[in-house]
Write a protein that binds this ligand. Sequence first.
Ligand code: GDP
Ligand code: IMO
Ligand code: MG
Length: 424
Amino acid sequence: MIDEVEAVIGAQWGDEGKGKIVDKLAASADVVVRFQGGSNAGHTVVVDDEKYVLHLIPSGILQRETVSVVGPGVVVNLRELFEEIEELDSMGIPVYERLRVASRAHVLFPFHCETDAQKEKSRGSSKIGTTQKGIGPAYVDKIQRRGLRICDLAEREKVLDFCRASIGKYEANYGRWQGSSVQQLAGEYCRYYEKLEDQVVNCPEFLRRVRQQNKKILFEGAQGTMLDIDFGTYPYVTSSNPTIGGVVTGSGFPGHRVNRVVGVTKAYTTRVGAGPFPSELEEAQDEYLREKGGEFGATTGRPRRCGWLDLMQMNYACAVNGFTDLALIKLDVLSGLDELEVVTGYRFAGERLTEFPASSEKLAEVTPITESFDGWSEEIRDCRNFSQLPVEARDYVNFIENQLDVRVSYVSVGPGREELILRT
Ligand code: GDP
Ligand code: IMO
Ligand code: MG
């Protein structure tokens, strides 16, 4: 059996360009698996000027020969899943035949979304800035051992009981439930199951068979390392593990068989939502990156906060995930800057820190130590070889690679499928 198992993981705060790299690697993969998160993700793939934004469905879906699996660690909003299937179908993608859904994945209902919105409201000025896609409340149900899984949808009574109890809980906390009734919701979700039944798989067994046939598996992370519930900037994080550990717990595939872990990072940094962000630029300064980079959320449309690349943060992401390779995205956005900066360290209370702090309060107080680089004026979107890049751009990439001691195997110079430099 040849080990042909890759994982694509966000190295920063999400939106690094994972969709584009997954699409690239999926061209030679047999199966692509999402292992955590839900429709809070928005993964963009641009093919022949057509833009696809995937939320629940893996980005491998655009590849003809690839099977896409919504894994057991994902919380699945079935209403949104079917909307996404229909939308892709209308764009000519035969989703259904390429899609599988794990029987152990937890189901996300509209009351999870409403609870998410209410919880955010009650947090006032200390709100997390969630996508309001119900992610936190769905994982709460899972961890509290009261959630409903895809396999449970075959039992109508169970679905009715769950909806009744959940709406009761919602009303006890937040007042009158204004969505569909218990009966309607249970009916709607049982019908989704009937439509989906043939695509439901027992994920660990399914992936074992795939491996026994020497086929290639690709794991698609959503969100990013700094949004990880355990290793991110807690509590300003999501409720799952977007890091390498999530691949294992969220799929039922043995971790020691994953032999390539590609960390995806922008050539600078962005973050949506609240929480510490040491390399963030002041309001007027970040305008250039936001406008040129089109830094508005793919799921919520919110403007993303922008800053320089932060190697202190990236080094920590390398420690957590053990990246074997990096993909550096949006290098083209930096064209036209006279000078660019990179954060290489943090100072706290007059001392240089040697480790990435665990405390978000402390992280919010650090003073970044930066190094400046000469910029380049040339547009680079047509470059397909590393040697075609301006020397300043090459110096920038080489510096990152040397500092992190991880090969930058991919350099992305535009959103399109072809706008990619391979250095493998
Ligand atoms: P994901 O969530 O990690 O998949 O990333 P998103 O899709 O949310 O955000 C990445 C954005 O950058 C999308 O709009 C992509 O089309 C775009 N993009 C990807 N690679 C590049 C690149 O190299 N250059 C530019 N300018 N845009 C890119
Ligand atoms: P992709 O997969 C960027 C952020 C939200 C918020 C925090 C918690 O496209 O990279 P949640 O709704 O998950 O409870 O929100 O996480 N967030 C993302 N930021 N990209 C994402 O996904 C994100 N998914 C969640 O903005 O700060
Ligand atoms: Mg995104």
